[in-house]
Write a protein that binds this ligand. Structure first.
Ligand code: C5P
Length: 291
């Protein structure tokens, strides 16, 4: 039986500005998304018993609350795809600001289209993706992109290179809803640092990116979870070029110039029970590796 293999890459946010609350319960944001080399692996094959999902690696629910399951349900409902069986090898920390669940959903959307030869336009796939989550449209295509609206209005940028990242994740989850509930919009309305980041990225200038790196969700998250501030300070003390929380946290990313620098600094962050990943930016999203 045909089996499709998809690598589902994590994302980081190189800055995130919250522009304001919307009547639909979401917030308008301005961010720079970047996919990185850390990934989950998703296998898909046709099933004659409805959707089945099995998960290995980091524990996650294997039922309808899993975004991979929801993506399969969308494909069946909206594009008349046959039922499918999903095997998920989970490496991306969960509810950590790295888009792991969204990446798995994007992988099922893309892999399901390849497995069943579904005819679907990019726009149609993008709108299915947005029904699952705000980050899913970006994670389908990946690379470097400015995200506006809920994060689904995407402008390609980059590709970005010349730096590596240390991802440091304390061992508690944060739901995006909680992080957005704590944002202080009044304080941030006039800033335009993601625009600054965008021009720094266009010019390949790590220096200006570093000075402009901010996340409006970070102060609210740190006031509820002070350990996120401890992680950030530990990264700065270790000597990274810049540190900022990714998305709704709790992962804090540290920018460094090379893999060697990341490897040298990483031991300074051990001994706290934090997960540490050394990753590089990549210029793709989820990738169908073959049948
Ligand atoms: O789209 P997603 O399911 O990832 O969003 C989870 C929650 O995060 C939303 O229900 C909302 O509370 C918050 N959110 C937001 N504005 C965004 C993205 C997410 O308020 N742009």
């Amino acid at each position: 039986m045909r089996r499709i293999h998809v690598e589902a890459h994590a994302k980081v946010n190189l800055g995130l500005r919250v522009a304001g609350a919307r009547p639909d319960g979401y917030h308008d944001i301005e961010t720079v998304f970047q996919t990185v080399s850390l990934s989950d692996t998703v296998f898909l094959e046709a099933s004659n018993r409805g959707i089945s999902l099995s998960c290995e690696g980091i524990p996650v629910p294997a039922g309808p609350s899993n975004l991979a399951w929801q993506a399969a349900a969308q494909l069946m409902r909206e594009l008349a795809a046959p039922a499918m069986s999903i095997t998920l090898f989970k490496r991306i920390p969960v509810a950590a600001g790295l888009g792991g669940g969204s990446a798995d959903a994007a992988a099922v959307l893309m892999g399901g289209c390849a497995l069943f030869d579904l005819e679907v336009s990019d726009a149609q796939l993008g709108s299915l993706a947005l029904k699952i989550g705000s980050d899913v449209p970006f994670l389908l295509r990946g690379g470097t992109a400015r995200g506006l609206g809920r994060g689904e209005i995407l402008e390609s940028m980059g590709p970005l290179s010349g730096f590596w990242l240390l991802l440091v994740t304390p061992l508690f989850p944060i739901r995006a809803k909680e992080a957005y509930a704590g944002v202080r919009i009044g304080l941030t309305r006039d800033r335009c640092y993601t625009k600054l980041n965008s021009s720094a990225i266009r010019e390949g200038e790590l220096g200006s990116l570093v000075t402009a790196l901010r996340n409006d969700l970070e102060p609210g998250v740190i006031s509820c979870h002070p350990e996120v501030g401890v992680v950030k300070q530990a990264l700065l003390d270790a000597g990274v070029q810049a540190a900022v929380m990714s998305g709704s946290g709790p992962t804090v990313i540290g920018l460094v110039r090379s893999r060697e620098e990341a490897t040298t600094l990483s031991p300074h962050l051990e001994g706290h029970g934090w997960q540490i990943h050394i990753v590089e930016p990549i210029d793709s999203g989820c990738r169908v590796e073959g049948a």
